[in-house]
Design a protein around this ligand. Structure first.
Ligand SMILES: [Zn+2]
Length: 207
């Protein structure tokens, strides 16, 4: 599927699960759903999110290199790192750092493997629920929607990673008519769910 399809369906999935009742809630939920919908493809070098992960890693390496150049030892750097992720700091920062690390690791795995698995979806939910609880459910809904959409794809995904068997339903290709249909379905469903959440109409009026 194309990124825009994953974004649209991710937003719809998050709005359906969370059912926010304020305009801020709708925007936040849709944004978290879009982020989740795009996150899984961090393992594809073609995506912007993959390039951001590489940039982030380059930044971390640059900070370590500068510390070395300033006479810090490996022990100093390890100590600073340990402090950053220690429980003595805000525990939310600890879980946020682990989530970021998980995403960087995912960026270096083979496409449609680790970041398209149940293990990844559960890890994202667990870490985000401790780092920033309000985003956990909509973000995970976006991730799950991505995994479900890619299951329809002819390439298949390693849903049960670390097991290597690939699951696929071969219903469509990454582009093409089914992809376009799902994109418009996602956009339409997002607007309907947002309008329903805000009380513009009720589900009973629609059907
Ligand atoms: Zn994917």
């Amino acid at each position: 599927m194309l990124g825009k399809t994953h974004a649209a369906v991710g937003a719809a999935a998050a709005l359906y699960v969370v059912y926010p009742d304020t305009i801020e809630g709708v925007v936040f939920t849709a944004a978290a759903g879009i982020a989740g919908g795009l996150l899984c493809d961090i393992d594809s070098p073609k995506t912007a999110i993959h390039q951001k992960a590489i940039l982030l890693l380059t930044g971390v390496i640059a900070v370590i290199a500068i510390a070395f150049l300033n006479g810090k030892t490996a022990g100093d750097i390890a100590q600073a790192g340990a402090w950053l992720i220690s429980k003595s700091a805000d525990p939310r920062a600890f879980y946020g750092a682990i989530l970021l690390l998980l995403c960087i690791v995912a960026a270096f795995t083979k496409h449609r493997t680790f970041s398209h698995s149940i293990v990844f979806a559960l890890s994202v939910w667990f870490l985000m629920s401790r780092a920033f609880e309000p985003a956990a459910v909509p973000l995970t809904a976006g991730v799950v929607s991505h995994i479900v959409l890619d299951l329809l794809n002819e390439h298949g995904i390693q849903l049960f990673w670390p097991f290597s068997s690939k699951l696929r339903f071969k219903l469509c290709s990454s582009k093409g008519a089914v992809n376009s249909f799902l994109f418009y379905l996602g956009i339409g469903a997002s607007f309907l769910l947002a309008a329903e959440s805000l009380g513009v109409f009720t589900r009973a009026q629609l059907f």
